[in-house]
Write a protein that binds this ligand. Structure first.
Ligand SMILES: [Zn+2]
Length: 108
């Protein structure tokens, strides 16, 4: 059993929010900051992927830039990203960013 840091109410171990005062628990904050770090890493690798593919002309920029923009916005708004989209990211944009996106579901 753990307790709310704000009002001291008893919380279930897996609870993310205090049922009494509604404040977020330390667990939730730790998880969301881990998610934010991962989001940042994904954005960086997506941009690197664009630059690399642009330089190599292996993959048209017309494909990688819109994908990066879409993923960037979804991460900002914390919207879900489809599995197909994640796989396309691995294949066409950035392997590292795509793999991080695939792993993110296990964190969130
Ligand atoms: Zn509370």
């Amino acid at each position: 059993m753990k307790y709310c840091t704000k009002c001291g109410a008893e919380l279930y171990d897996e609870s993310m929010m205090c049922p009494k005062c509604g404040c977020l628990t330390a667990d939730y904050k730790a998880r969301s900051s881990k998610r934010d770090e991962m989001s940042l890493a994904i954005k960086i690798f997506m941009i690197i992927g664009c630059v690399v593919s642009g330089l190599g002309f292996l993959i048209p920029l017309a494909w990688t830039i819109p994908m990066t923009v879409i993923i960037y916005r979804r991460l900002e708004n914390r919207e879900p990203i489809g599995l197909g989209f994640k796989i396309c990211t691995v294949l066409f944009c950035s392997q590292i960013a795509g793999i991080l996106l695939l792993c993110m579901d296990t964190v969130a």
